[in-house]
Design a protein around this ligand. Structure first.
Ligand SMILES: [Zn+2]
Length: 68
């Protein structure tokens, strides 16, 4: 296995705070650069939320969670 440089996703998980129940949980993320929007269900109360995450230089630069 070589270790030649490549764009490697440093972000493979994202901690979110549920807008419904206020609990924190972690959701998997593909770590793509730029803005990603998706809908996920809270692991605690199972209600959906819309997540907008922005990744720059392999790190999360902004996260916004709203009720879906
Ligand atoms: Zn919840």
């Amino acid at each position: 296995m070589s270790t030649k440089p490549k764009i490697h996703p440093l972000v493979d998980a994202l901690q979110l705070t549920c807008p419904h129940c206020g609990q924190d949980f972690v959701t998997p993320l593909d770590g793509a650069e730029g803005r990603t929007e998706f809908v996920t269900d809270c692991e605690i109360c199972c209600r959906p939320m819309e997540v907008s995450v922005e990744i720059r230089d392999g790190a999360v630069s902004a996260v916004n969670v709203t009720e879906s």
